[in-house]
Design a protein around this ligand. Structure first.
Ligand code: GUN
Length: 283
Protein backbone atom coordinates (compact mmCIF):
# COMPACT_ATOMS: atom_id res chain seq x y z
CA UNK A 1 0.00 0.00 0.00
CA UNK A 2 1.28 3.47 -0.83
CA UNK A 3 0.03 5.92 1.76
CA UNK A 4 -1.37 9.30 0.85
CA UNK A 5 0.88 11.89 2.45
CA UNK A 6 -1.50 14.54 3.76
CA UNK A 7 -0.06 17.85 2.60
CA UNK A 8 -0.86 20.28 5.42
CA UNK A 9 1.08 23.08 3.79
CA UNK A 10 -1.00 22.95 0.63
CA UNK A 11 -4.31 22.72 2.47
CA UNK A 12 -3.28 25.57 4.78
CA UNK A 13 -2.43 27.73 1.78
CA UNK A 14 -5.92 27.17 0.38
CA UNK A 15 -7.56 28.13 3.68
CA UNK A 16 -5.45 31.28 3.97
CA UNK A 17 -6.32 32.25 0.39
CA UNK A 18 -10.02 31.91 1.20
CA UNK A 19 -9.62 34.05 4.33
CA UNK A 20 -7.72 36.70 2.35
CA UNK A 21 -10.37 36.74 -0.37
CA UNK A 22 -13.22 37.16 2.11
CA UNK A 23 -11.43 39.95 3.99
CA UNK A 24 -10.87 41.81 0.72
CA UNK A 25 -14.35 41.23 -0.68
CA UNK A 26 -16.12 42.30 2.52
CA UNK A 27 -13.66 45.12 3.26
CA UNK A 28 -13.04 43.85 6.78
CA UNK A 29 -10.49 45.20 9.21
CA UNK A 30 -9.63 42.29 11.50
CA UNK A 31 -6.89 42.47 14.11
CA UNK A 32 -5.19 39.77 16.16
CA UNK A 33 -3.28 40.53 19.36
CA UNK A 34 -0.57 38.01 20.14
CA UNK A 35 0.90 37.77 23.63
CA UNK A 36 4.14 35.97 24.39
CA UNK A 37 5.66 35.81 27.86
CA UNK A 38 9.11 34.35 28.51
CA UNK A 39 11.85 33.05 26.30
CA UNK A 40 10.67 29.65 25.08
CA UNK A 41 12.36 29.35 21.68
CA UNK A 42 9.63 27.22 20.07
CA UNK A 43 6.95 29.69 21.21
CA UNK A 44 8.87 32.55 19.60
CA UNK A 45 8.89 30.65 16.32
CA UNK A 46 5.15 29.89 16.53
CA UNK A 47 4.27 33.51 17.32
CA UNK A 48 6.36 34.71 14.39
CA UNK A 49 4.56 32.27 12.08
CA UNK A 50 1.19 33.48 13.32
CA UNK A 51 2.24 37.09 12.78
CA UNK A 52 3.49 36.30 9.25
CA UNK A 53 0.24 34.49 8.41
CA UNK A 54 -1.70 37.60 9.49
CA UNK A 55 0.36 39.68 7.06
CA UNK A 56 -0.29 37.16 4.29
CA UNK A 57 -4.07 37.23 4.64
CA UNK A 58 -4.51 40.91 5.46
CA UNK A 59 -5.22 40.65 9.18
CA UNK A 60 -3.55 43.32 11.30
CA UNK A 61 -1.49 41.89 14.11
CA UNK A 62 0.24 43.29 17.12
CA UNK A 63 2.47 41.26 19.36
CA UNK A 64 3.29 42.04 22.92
CA UNK A 65 6.37 40.43 24.41
CA UNK A 66 6.77 40.12 28.16
CA UNK A 67 9.79 39.23 30.21
CA UNK A 68 10.16 35.76 31.79
CA UNK A 69 9.55 37.40 35.20
CA UNK A 70 6.33 39.22 34.26
CA UNK A 71 3.74 39.14 37.03
CA UNK A 72 0.39 37.46 36.66
CA UNK A 73 -1.31 40.73 37.52
CA UNK A 74 0.50 42.58 34.71
CA UNK A 75 -0.52 39.96 32.16
CA UNK A 76 -4.15 39.92 33.32
CA UNK A 77 -4.24 43.70 33.14
CA UNK A 78 -3.00 43.61 29.53
CA UNK A 79 -5.66 41.09 28.55
CA UNK A 80 -8.39 43.14 30.22
CA UNK A 81 -7.33 46.12 28.12
CA UNK A 82 -7.43 44.08 24.91
CA UNK A 83 -10.85 42.68 25.85
CA UNK A 84 -12.32 46.16 25.76
CA UNK A 85 -10.19 47.53 22.91
CA UNK A 86 -12.60 47.99 20.06
CA UNK A 87 -9.90 47.67 17.42
CA UNK A 88 -9.04 44.09 18.48
CA UNK A 89 -10.94 41.13 16.97
CA UNK A 90 -9.00 38.27 18.55
CA UNK A 91 -6.57 37.62 21.42
CA UNK A 92 -4.08 34.78 21.64
CA UNK A 93 -1.78 34.05 24.59
CA UNK A 94 0.94 31.66 23.49
CA UNK A 95 1.42 28.69 25.82
CA UNK A 96 3.34 27.59 27.84
CA UNK A 97 3.53 30.54 30.24
CA UNK A 98 6.26 31.08 32.85
CA UNK A 99 5.72 29.05 36.04
CA UNK A 100 4.62 31.95 38.30
CA UNK A 101 1.54 32.51 36.15
CA UNK A 102 -1.67 30.58 36.65
CA UNK A 103 -2.65 29.53 33.10
CA UNK A 104 -6.22 28.91 34.17
CA UNK A 105 -6.65 32.53 35.31
CA UNK A 106 -5.19 33.80 32.04
CA UNK A 107 -7.38 31.66 29.79
CA UNK A 108 -10.49 32.40 31.85
CA UNK A 109 -10.09 36.16 31.60
CA UNK A 110 -9.92 36.35 27.78
CA UNK A 111 -13.29 37.56 26.47
CA UNK A 112 -14.90 34.41 24.98
CA UNK A 113 -15.91 36.34 21.83
CA UNK A 114 -12.23 37.22 21.23
CA UNK A 115 -10.86 33.81 22.25
CA UNK A 116 -9.70 32.72 18.79
CA UNK A 117 -7.68 29.87 20.34
CA UNK A 118 -10.90 28.31 21.65
CA UNK A 119 -9.40 27.62 25.09
CA UNK A 120 -11.90 29.53 27.27
CA UNK A 121 -14.24 27.18 29.21
CA UNK A 122 -17.25 28.80 27.47
CA UNK A 123 -15.83 27.92 24.05
CA UNK A 124 -14.82 24.44 25.22
CA UNK A 125 -18.42 23.92 26.37
CA UNK A 126 -19.94 25.34 23.19
CA UNK A 127 -17.76 23.22 20.93
CA UNK A 128 -18.51 20.07 22.89
CA UNK A 129 -22.23 20.84 22.56
CA UNK A 130 -21.88 21.63 18.83
CA UNK A 131 -22.92 25.25 19.30
CA UNK A 132 -21.51 26.76 16.16
CA UNK A 133 -20.93 30.34 17.28
CA UNK A 134 -18.17 29.19 19.68
CA UNK A 135 -14.51 28.90 18.66
CA UNK A 136 -13.00 25.49 18.02
CA UNK A 137 -9.33 25.18 19.01
CA UNK A 138 -7.05 25.63 16.00
CA UNK A 139 -5.07 22.36 15.96
CA UNK A 140 -8.12 20.08 16.32
CA UNK A 141 -9.97 22.18 13.74
CA UNK A 142 -7.06 21.83 11.32
CA UNK A 143 -7.06 18.06 11.83
CA UNK A 144 -10.79 17.82 11.12
CA UNK A 145 -10.16 19.65 7.85
CA UNK A 146 -7.33 17.26 6.97
CA UNK A 147 -9.60 14.27 7.57
CA UNK A 148 -12.32 15.98 5.53
CA UNK A 149 -9.86 16.37 2.64
CA UNK A 150 -9.46 12.58 2.54
CA UNK A 151 -13.23 12.23 2.08
CA UNK A 152 -13.41 9.37 4.58
CA UNK A 153 -16.54 8.75 6.60
CA UNK A 154 -15.91 9.47 10.31
CA UNK A 155 -19.13 7.92 11.55
CA UNK A 156 -18.57 4.48 13.06
CA UNK A 157 -14.77 4.66 12.84
CA UNK A 158 -12.51 3.65 15.71
CA UNK A 159 -10.52 6.74 16.62
CA UNK A 160 -7.66 6.26 19.06
CA UNK A 161 -6.03 9.35 20.57
CA UNK A 162 -2.66 8.98 22.27
CA UNK A 163 -2.25 12.08 24.43
CA UNK A 164 -5.27 13.86 25.85
CA UNK A 165 -4.19 17.44 26.53
CA UNK A 166 -6.73 20.22 27.00
CA UNK A 167 -5.58 21.95 23.83
CA UNK A 168 -5.40 19.08 21.36
CA UNK A 169 -6.30 15.48 22.26
CA UNK A 170 -9.24 16.04 24.58
CA UNK A 171 -11.19 18.55 22.42
CA UNK A 172 -10.41 16.67 19.21
CA UNK A 173 -11.81 13.45 20.69
CA UNK A 174 -15.02 15.25 21.61
CA UNK A 175 -15.27 16.84 18.15
CA UNK A 176 -14.93 13.42 16.50
CA UNK A 177 -17.39 11.93 18.99
CA UNK A 178 -19.79 14.61 17.74
CA UNK A 179 -19.32 13.09 14.28
CA UNK A 180 -20.33 9.68 15.66
CA UNK A 181 -16.90 8.06 15.84
CA UNK A 182 -16.02 5.62 18.63
CA UNK A 183 -13.31 7.24 20.73
CA UNK A 184 -10.50 5.75 22.83
CA UNK A 185 -8.30 8.12 24.84
CA UNK A 186 -4.87 6.82 25.82
CA UNK A 187 -2.46 8.52 28.21
CA UNK A 188 0.82 7.76 29.95
CA UNK A 189 -0.96 5.40 32.37
CA UNK A 190 -2.49 3.29 29.59
CA UNK A 191 -1.49 -0.35 29.92
CA UNK A 192 -0.42 -2.06 26.71
CA UNK A 193 -0.76 0.89 24.36
CA UNK A 194 -0.36 -1.33 21.30
CA UNK A 195 -3.55 -3.25 22.16
CA UNK A 196 -5.44 0.03 21.65
CA UNK A 197 -3.51 1.52 18.72
CA UNK A 198 -3.87 -1.72 16.72
CA UNK A 199 -7.64 -1.22 16.69
CA UNK A 200 -7.48 2.31 15.30
CA UNK A 201 -8.99 3.21 11.94
CA UNK A 202 -7.79 6.74 12.69
CA UNK A 203 -4.81 7.13 15.02
CA UNK A 204 -4.00 10.57 16.43
CA UNK A 205 -0.78 11.02 18.37
CA UNK A 206 0.21 14.08 20.43
CA UNK A 207 2.75 13.06 23.02
CA UNK A 208 6.21 14.43 22.19
CA UNK A 209 8.21 11.18 21.91
CA UNK A 210 9.96 10.31 18.65
CA UNK A 211 9.06 6.87 17.26
CA UNK A 212 6.52 6.21 20.01
CA UNK A 213 4.33 4.63 17.32
CA UNK A 214 6.02 1.90 15.31
CA UNK A 215 4.75 -0.16 12.39
CA UNK A 216 3.85 -3.18 14.54
CA UNK A 217 1.47 -0.98 16.58
CA UNK A 218 -0.91 -0.11 13.73
CA UNK A 219 -3.14 -2.04 11.41
CA UNK A 220 -2.96 -1.98 7.64
CA UNK A 221 -5.01 0.86 6.14
CA UNK A 222 -4.86 3.12 9.21
CA UNK A 223 -5.05 6.91 8.89
CA UNK A 224 -2.34 8.51 11.04
CA UNK A 225 -2.28 12.09 12.29
CA UNK A 226 1.00 13.00 13.95
CA UNK A 227 0.98 16.11 16.13
CA UNK A 228 4.38 15.45 17.71
CA UNK A 229 7.13 18.07 17.30
CA UNK A 230 10.49 16.77 18.44
CA UNK A 231 14.05 17.84 17.71
CA UNK A 232 16.51 15.00 17.13
CA UNK A 233 20.11 15.44 18.43
CA UNK A 234 21.17 16.42 14.89
CA UNK A 235 18.55 19.16 14.78
CA UNK A 236 15.93 17.48 12.57
CA UNK A 237 12.24 18.04 13.31
CA UNK A 238 10.34 14.75 13.72
CA UNK A 239 6.94 13.66 14.98
CA UNK A 240 5.88 10.88 17.35
CA UNK A 241 5.37 8.28 14.61
CA UNK A 242 8.02 6.23 12.83
CA UNK A 243 6.96 7.85 9.55
CA UNK A 244 9.19 5.91 7.11
CA UNK A 245 7.97 2.53 8.39
CA UNK A 246 4.34 3.30 9.23
CA UNK A 247 3.71 4.90 5.82
CA UNK A 248 4.32 1.48 4.25
CA UNK A 249 1.02 0.16 5.64
CA UNK A 250 -1.04 3.30 6.28
CA UNK A 251 -3.83 4.55 4.02
CA UNK A 252 -2.84 8.14 4.78
CA UNK A 253 -0.37 9.85 7.10
CA UNK A 254 0.68 13.39 8.01
CA UNK A 255 4.37 14.34 7.71
CA UNK A 256 6.35 16.34 10.27
CA UNK A 257 7.09 19.08 9.36
CA UNK A 258 4.50 20.17 6.78
CA UNK A 259 1.53 18.33 8.30
CA UNK A 260 -0.55 19.58 11.21
CA UNK A 261 1.61 22.65 12.04
CA UNK A 262 0.63 24.85 9.07
CA UNK A 263 -3.03 23.90 9.53
CA UNK A 264 -3.05 25.26 13.10
CA UNK A 265 -1.90 28.66 11.86
CA UNK A 266 -4.36 28.70 8.94
CA UNK A 267 -7.27 27.86 11.26
CA UNK A 268 -6.21 30.67 13.57
CA UNK A 269 -6.66 33.04 10.62
CA UNK A 270 -10.09 31.56 9.98
CA UNK A 271 -11.08 31.95 13.65
CA UNK A 272 -9.89 35.56 13.70
CA UNK A 273 -11.98 36.32 10.62
CA UNK A 274 -14.96 34.60 12.29
CA UNK A 275 -14.47 36.73 15.45
CA UNK A 276 -14.43 39.91 13.39
CA UNK A 277 -17.54 38.91 11.42
CA UNK A 278 -19.44 37.99 14.59
CA UNK A 279 -18.50 41.32 16.17
CA UNK A 280 -19.83 43.18 13.15
CA UNK A 281 -22.88 40.94 12.73
CA UNK A 282 -21.73 39.86 9.25
CA UNK A 283 -22.29 36.42 7.80
N1 GUN B 1 1.07 26.21 22.45
C1 GUN B 1 1.05 25.07 21.73
N2 GUN B 1 0.00 25.07 20.89
C2 GUN B 1 -0.66 26.21 21.08
C3 GUN B 1 -1.82 26.79 20.51
O1 GUN B 1 -2.50 26.23 19.64
N3 GUN B 1 -2.18 28.01 20.99
C4 GUN B 1 -1.47 28.64 21.96
N4 GUN B 1 -1.91 29.83 22.38
N5 GUN B 1 -0.40 28.15 22.52
C5 GUN B 1 0.02 26.94 22.08
Amino acid sequence: MVATIIDGKKLAKKIKEQVKKEIEEKGLRAKLSLILAGKDEASKVYVRRKHNACEEVGILSDHRFFDERVSEQRLLEEIRKLNTDDSVSGILVQLPLPGQIDVKKVLNIIAPEKDVDGFHPINVGKSSMKQKEGFLPCTPLGILKMLESLKVEIEGKNVVLVGASNIVGKPLGIMLLNQNATITYCNKYTKNLKEHTKKADILIVAVGKPKLITKDMVKEGVIVIDIGMNRTPDGKLVGDVDFDEVKKIALAITPVPGGVGPMTVACLMENTLKAEKQRKGIE
